[in-house]
Design a binder for this molecule. Sequence first.
Ligand SMILES: Cc1ncc(C[n+]2csc(CCOP(=O)(O)OP(=O)(O)O)c2C)c(N)n1
Ligand code: SF4
Ligand SMILES: [Mg+2]
Length: 296
Amino acid sequence: MPLTIRDLAKEKYVLPGHAACPGCPETIGLRYVGMALGRKAILVIPAGCTSIIQGLMPGSGLAFPIINVAFASADAVASGVAAAKEVLGEDSVVTVWAGDGATADIGFATLSGAAERNENIIHICVDNEAYMNTGIQRSSLTPIGAWTTTTWKGKTEPKKNMPLIMASHGVPYVATASIAYPMDFIEKLKKAASIRGFKYIHLHAPCPVGWRFDPSETVEMARLAIETGIWVLMEVEGGRTTISPPSRPYADKSRRKPVIEYLKRQGRFRELSDELVRELEREIDEYWKLLLKLSS
Ligand SMILES: Cc1ncc(C[n+]2csc(CCOP(=O)(O)OP(=O)(O)O)c2C)c(N)n1
Ligand code: SF4
Ligand SMILES: [Mg+2]
């Protein structure tokens, strides 16, 4: 039976008065985490925008139980919390909620270690493609050509492919998600919570501040990433790759929108050359070919 809105937790986990910017993708994603996991969720959060969004004690903009940790330790802390909960016989879903910087750069050692040990946790990478909280510095998940305050002329290196890197750890479950496709994300979260062992979900999260678009366009920008094929929704479960329903139409190249439709809407790509746009189109094609091969 497909999941419906009636199956979701009714409590609100993102509260009025939180400290996020208007149009913030992280609050959108956190709402869906609350709807999917409800009271079972325990969030482990390294430094990043969400640490600010939650606010200062004794108030909090988030109703989850949260452990704030140093950048590099998130998955090690989560491993310990999950082990303790198991000893106590408590049914919790220990979930790391970490930015792209915290996931792919500074926290990668403990993430890789927890994946290799197959710890019973979920790691969600909320990917806004830069270190936003400290003023839009590049991360290894910033795409090629994008302006940041540390890549004034556009980043010269391509975006690291974290979902495939995590899949190559041989963990039970890896998925990609988008804040524009809530039911797809929620289903993946619920599935991850039902699987024992290490689970990785990579959430595409366009940030109006760092990407330079109007805050009213956050969801539209995330949807365009799917429609141009630059972000693909998929799952790798027990080593088997499948393209998720919202992305399936775009396996057919003729149905994809030109990537320029996505790039031209974001100020961070203002200086992008025609040559780089062609290069990105070529990379999208190549990646789709690889995914279709893996999923055949
Ligand atoms: C070890 C360490 N280095 C640097 C910082 C400063 N710092 C705090 S948040 C942040 C950026 C986080 O970026 P990301 O993980 O992508 O999350 P976002 O802010 O984009 O949500 C940095 C560099 C820190 N707190 N600890
Ligand atoms: S900088 Fe971006 S990710 Fe951070 S709080 Fe603002 S909108 Fe959200
Ligand atoms: Mg970030």
